[in-house]
Every structure is written in structure tokens, then in C-alpha cells.
Write a protein that binds this ligand. Structure first.
Ligand SMILES: Nc1nc2c(ncn2[C@@H]2O[C@H](COP(=O)(O)OP(=O)(O)OP(=O)(O)O)[C@@H](O)[C@H]2O)c(=O)[nH]1
Ligand SMILES: [Mg+2]
Length: 238
């Protein structure tokens, strides 16, 4: 499944950063990514933010390491990731949210796993990191349900299906026929990877959740859509 060349010692990483009204975080996230000792490109996709995010992003015009894609209308995180995938040129594609819930340094461990040419997909797991990160019960319960369904319906053998830290060899993620619009990116990608037989490897990662007041956009209904997506894709041919 993986090409030997793709396991080269110093792969280039394409970070896709979907952002929507992230004026409080976006610059800090980009600066933290830039500091990572990796060959990389940072592809930021904003669709319709109505705070100062688009204005802040304009300072990266012409920056060789940062690609900015702005659109007027809002389509959702899943659409933003699919737009980002059109621009990736790296060996590995990694998803980085435009907030500080995750620690970018954990991507060094994740990317390190790809030194094994047999590894095609790596997720960061918040549930095997010790001590386990705090999470309010609603989100914890939703995460456990998604993990259970991914393991039962797709034999995924993972502990964190809904993690935002997901990394793939470029040819693997770009070969998937994705149609997600909002937060169903995670279940769609998990389902379609497993249906194609890819093993999902995991690495423990830290998590520092934010609240809705602090800018979190995901809602309970997105959890229901994710559950439905796992069932739907089990039945459908794709
Ligand atoms: N471009 C774009 N980004 C979005 C949209 N909705 C959310 N995002 C971004 O997606 C990231 C995740 O959103 P959060 O609200 O933090 O949700 P989360 O619980 O971390 O969700 P997951 O990472 O999918 O598990 C953030 O960077 C958001 O700005 C959207 O409509 N368009
Ligand atoms: Mg987040």
C-alpha cells in the first residue's frame, strides 16, 4: 500500500489548516507550525469568516511556506479540508485545526511513525495519553460511541476516531473519494480508509479542549451526523 520512496528520511509535510472565525488563534497556530523542525507547507483554508481572520491571513501573501485560500461563502470544515487537498504537494498530509486544543509538537511523533514505509495512516489518540486529558462528559461519551462504532463496523482497532490529528501519505488521502462538508470528515475518512484495508496507527497526544464560548464550532448535531456517516458508509458502495 505504501511506496518505499514515500518512507524517505525527511518527508515534506503538508499541513491543512481549516479556519473559521479564528482571529484569536490562527496566527499563533501558524507560528507554532512554522517552528516545527520539518520540511513543510502550511495550507490555510478560510471560508467566509466574518471576524478579522481573513485580514490577519493577508500578511502571508507571497510567503513561500504558507498558502492561503480564502472564499466568501461558508461551506464547513470538511469542504475546507477537501479544498486544501487540491493544493498539497508534500509526502505526508496532516490536519491541523486553527485552534490550540492540540499541541503541534505532537505532530513530530506522528510524522516520525512514517519512517516505517509500511505505515500509511497515523492518528493522534487523546485516550492513550497519560494522564488522560480532561473532556466534558458529552464530548467524552460521543467520542466513545464513535470509537466503538469504528471498531465494530470497520474493525478499525483504534482508541480515538474523532481526533483532529490525522496524518496520511499524500497518495492515500488524495485517492479517497471524499464528499464531506462539515465535521463528518473524520468518520468519512476513517470508514473509507478501512474499507480499502489501510491500518490506522496511533500515537498518544495531549488535548486541551476549548469551550463554545472560546470558539468551538462543533455541536451535538455534528455528533449525530458522524454516527450516521459511519452507518451509511458501511452499507453504501463508494
Ligand atoms: N474553513 C472552515 N473551518 C472550519 C469550519 N468550521 C470549523 N472550522 C475549523 O475546524 C477546526 C475545528 O473546529 P472546532 O470547532 O474546534 O471543532 P473540534 O471539536 O476541534 O472538531 P474536530 O477537530 O473536527 O474534532 C477549527 O480550526 C475551526 O476553525 C468551517 O465552516 N470552515
Ligand atoms: Mg478544535
Amino acid at each position: 500500500m505504501a511506496t518505499p520512496a514515500a518512507g524517505a528520511a525527511r518527508p515534506k509535510v503538508s499541513f491543512i489548516v481549516p479556519v473559521y472565525n479564528e482571529e484569536r488563534n490562527v496566527l499563533e497556530v501558524i507560528q507554532r507550525l512554522r517552528k516545527l523542525p520539518l520540511e513543510k507547507e502550511i495550507i490555510v483554508v478560510d471560508d467566509g469568516s466574518y471576524d478579522s481572520t481573513p485580514l490577519l491571513l493577508k500578511q502571508f501573501a507571497g510567503d513561500p511556506e504558507v498558502v492561503i485560500h480564502l472564499s466568501q461563502l461558508n461551506f464547513g470544515k470538511g469542504t475546507a479540508v477537501r479544498v486544501g487537498l487540491k493544493y498539497v504537494t508534500g509526502d505526508i498530509v496532516a490536519i491541523q485545526d486553527g485552534d490550540m486544543e492540540y499541541d503541534v509538537n505532537d505532530y513530530l511523533k506522528i510524522i516520525g511513525k512514517f519512517s516505517d514505509p509500511q505505515v500509511s495512516v497515523v492518528y493522534g489518540s487523546r485516550f492513550i495519553y497519560q494522564p488522560e486529558s480532561p473532556m466534558i462528559w458529552r464530548y467524552w461519551f460521543g467520542n466513545m460511541l464513535l470509537r466503538f462504532l469504528a471498531n465494530v463496523l470497520y474493525h478499525a482497532n483504534i482508541t480515538d476516531e474523532a481526533t483532529a490529528y490525522k496524518a496520511f501519505r499524500r497518495e492515500v488521502i488524495c485517492s479517497l473519494p471524499l464528499s464531506c462538508k462539515r465535521f463528518e470528515f473524520c468518520p468519512e475518512v476513517t470508514a473509507k480508509l478501512r474499507k480499502r484495508g489501510y491500518i490506522i496507527h496511533e500515537v498518544p497526544i495531549r488535548y486541551n479542549p476549548r469551550s463554545i464560548a472560546e470558539g468551538k464550532k462543533i455541536r451535538v448535531r455534528d455528533g449525530w451526523v458522524s454516527i450516521w456517516t459511519l452507518f451509511r458508509l458501511r452499507i453504501l458502495d463508494d
